[in-house]
Design a protein around this ligand. Sequence first.
Ligand SMILES: [Fe+2]
Length: 526
Amino acid sequence: MPTHPTDRRQLLRLAAATATTLWLPRSAWSLARLRHNPFALGVASGAPTHDGVVLWTRLAFEQAQGAEFTLRWEVANDEGFTRIARSGQVQAVPALGHAVHAEVAGLEPDRWYFYRFMLGEAVSPVGRTRTFPRPDASPARLRLGYASCQRWEHGYYAAWRHMRAEQLDAVMFLGDYIYEYPGAQQAVRAVTGGWVRTLDEYRARYALHRSDADLQAMHAACPWLPTWDDHEVQNDYAGLHEGTGVPLLGTVDDFPARRAAAYQAWYENMPVRAAMLTQGLAGLARGAELRIYQQVPFGRLASLHLLDGRQYRDRQPCLKDGQPGGRLVDPAKCREWADPQRSYLGAAQEQWLDGTLARSGGRWNVIGQQTLFGPRDAQPGPGQRLWNDGWDGYAGNRKRVTDALQRHAVSNPVLLGGDVHENWVGHVKADYADATSATVGVEFCGTSISSRASASAVEKTPERLAENPHFVFGDAQYRGYGVAEFTPGRLTTTLRAVQDATKADSDAFTLARFEVAAGRPRIERQ
Ligand SMILES: [Fe+2]
């Protein structure tokens, strides 16, 4: 029997109750029935503040069906758990897929901790996490990893294994944690379960990913700040408009219900706060909003802004015969393209972003979002061909963002992105059509963890660089991740690549390294 998305208000009540209260079940769990490791999906942490963090796990064993469990959690100063800083209990309930989100408060600022869960005699793997500095503190350094696009069938997660050695303070995950597809040509490994369309299917796809030891280990290494892109729901969806999939197999009659199920599964499987659900109450009428855009301070050194470019966007412009699906468009042949009213972020998020940028006290303003920010014209020479599913399809909104960066004199903007499965590094321009216009920030769009680039991408990179001079570096050959290290005076971004993502034991190497001096948005290759 498929599980239906939980009633919205019930979901809110459950999420709030399980995350923050000692809400004990009536019946005790019999330990004798624990035949399997309940912690096979690992542990994770996220949503760090200066005094707290969310601890996550999800029970995975067949007897879990229908039952409720009470877990204990511990946060310690040492890996041996001899000096416990905080401890508590948290509930795993079927309506939330037996995922638990323990919202821990009362920790010391700017320090590392160890954590674990216990269910009966079973003890989870130990995770390591940290609090962020106080908002008024002046930390000397932030090492932030960024990554996206980990299609299971396309490769192994050697990139996550190498990222573990980077001594990161946090990871920004920028979308495509899962893909909804039933498989791939020349699959490196098989997905289970076919097309992903229902709550149970989304849950199963997340569980498949979390079974991977390298991904688990990276979740256990530091807190994550996740956002999503399209494949957490469906390829190229836009707001409440369906995207693409093989008819009948990859599509559904009721897309808003599918999106609600996908969002619930994302909430269940990410180390995020229940407030994401409650803040979204206003969106009830138009279908299960999950308010994931947010700003997180790392002291005064950096303001981390996470955007949601999927949930509230208008439909892509210039669709072929009105059918969904991203495509390259000649803007001169489509009047809709130039409509400045169209929004990528939606009115409420645009307004929020303008306000949060205006008030930001961060020396560096890191904007983590889904995709390439600067234009990428695919037509060499005269004329243009632009991708309608990215910022290029929402150029009016992009201009409002760059205008806000200028108007509020935002300190050192740094755009991080994903989606394109290629590394692109460039300058953010006040007016991309005018190369002499002010440079207002820098952009590092990362490659994928494992998802393939398109077949012709490698050979086309040189001509695309020549055609789009605001970009200073492009590479479509390698999968991997980025590390952005911020100090008060300097940003150093290192692009790390795995030699061959189809090999679990692949080596990694540094593909390129760039520096940006604070106060001067100019990318210098090292
Ligand atoms: Fe992707």
